[in-house]
Design a protein around this ligand. Structure first.
Ligand SMILES: CC(C)(COP(=O)(O)OP(=O)(O)OC[C@H]1O[C@@H](n2cnc3c(N)ncnc32)[C@H](O)[C@@H]1OP(=O)(O)O)[C@@H](O)C(=O)NCCC(=O)NCCS
Length: 203
């Protein structure tokens, strides 16, 4: 007996979501197929139940990135950019450039590609052995696991690129970022000049 197509499609979609039951789970065959189909889009289920998607950044993300920046609290912007910042810095790239060592991933709600909930970016340092990384999560979405999945994504990517260390600079008041970094295995330096350096040895 042939089942109607939409029922099969719904069943297949359920399998893909089930395969990604935790953000850290290894991708199953269904997830890999979904990634290939949607240009490396990964589907994730956050610990509190929200379905999101993570993918490399694209030039068309610029308006979404601007809206994310506009939604961020002044405090969160200051934590991200290490000082009061009223405009999205022009240096924020939206095109991944492997040759220049620039890579960024965004997270959006499932099925809403234009709403960026978080972005993680890294750039290779001149020694070519280390990359610096920074991330930003929508101020209304903190403590839902996005910082962790974005950081893990960048760790995996940096390892894949054969880098030795992932490093970052964290505002000395940024207790959330320090806690996240420690949780992900980074060493956090003592404060100096209002910042901490964080460092993860990748190999
Ligand atoms: C720092 C930041 C990225 C964390 O993102 P997040 O999505 O809230 O982090 P997660 O929900 O993945 O948190 C993972 C763990 O980190 C720790 N953590 C995160 N935020 C914390 C906070 N404010 N206080 C204490 N611990 C915190 C916790 O251990 C947390 O696990 P738990 O919620 O199960 O206890 C986010 O607060 C942010 O975007 N801040 C503004 C920009 C910024 O500071 N960027 C960093 C520049 S390098």
């Amino acid at each position: 007996m042939r089942r109607p197509r939409h029922i099969l499609a719904a069943f297949a979609a359920m399998l893909v979501w089930a395969a990604c039951a935790t953000a850290s789970a290894a991708p199953a065959a269904g997830a890999i197929a979904a990634r290939a189909k949607f240009h490396y889009r990964e589907r994730l289920l956050l610990p509190k139940g929200q379905r999101v998607e993570m993918r490399p950044i694209m030039p068309s993300d610029l308006p979404g990135l601007q809206r994310l920046f506009d939604r961020m609290s002044a405090y969160d912007r200051e934590m991200r950019y290490l000082g009061p910042t009223k405009q999205l810095p022009k240096a924020e790239f939206v095109r991944n450039d492997r040759a220049r060592g620039e890579m960024a991933f965004v997270v959006t709600p499932a099925g809403k590609r234009d709403t960026i909930l978080g972005v993680v970016r890294s750039w290779t340092l001149p020694d070519k052995a280390r990359a610096e990384y920074a991330l930003m999560v929508d101020s209304t979405m903190h403590r839902q696991g996005l910082g962790r999945v974005l950081t893990q994504k960048m760790i995996d990517y940096a390892r894949h690129r054969g880098l030795r260390q992932l490093v970052g600079i964290v505002h000395s008041e940024n207790d959330g970022m320090k806690a996240l970094a420690r949780k992900m295995g980074f060493e956090v330096s003592p404060p100096a000049g209002g910042i901490h350096e964080i460092l993860l040895r990748l190999r």
